[in-house]
Design a protein around this ligand. Structure first.
Ligand code: FE2
Ligand code: FE2
Length: 261
């Protein structure tokens, strides 16, 4: 099984900002060209820049090049209801609920998406509804290796610009829930706009690089939103029965390509 993870596409329909959609186009092109076709694509939030209906239509058109199932969860730049309207499969999975928490019963790896957004805030939280959902979902299937995906990483990084916007509320109970479930292979997220990994509870939290732009977190002399010097990227998670989940960081070139959507 091969899972592609795109994070922080920040697709924008405002013509003054939309030139940077080229990164999302290149990332989608890179997935389309892969020799091994991913079975599924997960989008770990900040799919759009402003959460407008036009942006969801635009990103939907861009992603229509890919013919595998695509499952997004929201980030702080997204709008839950508009995301639900554009990605109908998510609408069906979460019908009757406010938050976008859901399980994809794929095999050999089961996927659980969690909604960590606090509307209007950059930092994240897991509400009781999300934590109860996770607890129930894990209790229902204890043997299948499971990947949890959400936007806000629950880990400390030591980087001032990241630690103020991480997942705060709910992180302690998340550790307790994970403790009873050794089937959890990994937690994957986005939001930090850098590739970062750390232990979290009894598993590993892996933060995807962004599709749109990297932030130079270790440099104090630059405005992090104006710098495009480092390569953005995406993750490919391959399940190998004798090993577990093996993750590649795939850089997206900053130059070349002139793709139209
Ligand atoms: Fe982002
Ligand atoms: Fe974010």
């Amino acid at each position: 099984m091969l899972i592609a993870q795109l994070s922080d596409l920040h697709v924008c329909s405002d013509p003054t900002l939309s030139a940077k959609n080229i990164f999302a186009e290149r990332a989608i092109e890179a997935i389309w060209r892969l020799k091994s076709r991913p079975d599924v694509v997960i989008l770990t939030g900040d799919v759009t820049e402003f959460g407008t209906a036009e942006e969801y239509k635009l990103v939907g058109r861009m992603l229509s090049r890919l013919d595998m199932p695509i499952y997004p969860i929201p980030g702080n730049h997204d709008d839950r209801d508009r995301m639900r309207a554009e990605f109908r499969q998510i609408g069906q999975l979460t019908a009757g609920y406010k938050l976008l928490n859901y399980v994809i019963e794929t095999r050999p790896v089961r996927l659980i998406g969690l909604d960590s957004v606090i509307p209007g805030r950059a930092e994240g939280a897991l509400a009781q509804e999300a934590l109860d959902f996770l607890d129930d979902a894990l209790a229902k299937e204890r043997r299948v290796p499971t990947l949890i995906f959400l936007h806000h990483p629950p880990i400390m990084t030591g980087l001032e610009s990241k630690d103020g916007i991480r997942l705060f509320k709910g992180a302690d109970r998340l550790v307790n829930i994970l403790a009873g479930h050794p089937q959890i292979e990994r937690i994957v997220s986005g939001h930090f706009h850098r590739s970062i990994q750390a232990r979290f509870g009894n598993t590993i939290c892996q933060v995807s690089p962004p599709v749109r732009y990297m932030t130079p977190a270790e440099r104090g002399d630059v405005d992090e939103h104006e710098i495009d010097e480092e390569l953005p990227g995406f993750l490919l998670h391959r399940w190998i029965e004798t090993v577990g989940l093996v993750t590649q960081i795939c850089p997206i070139p900053l130059t070349g390509g002139n793709l139209s959507i």
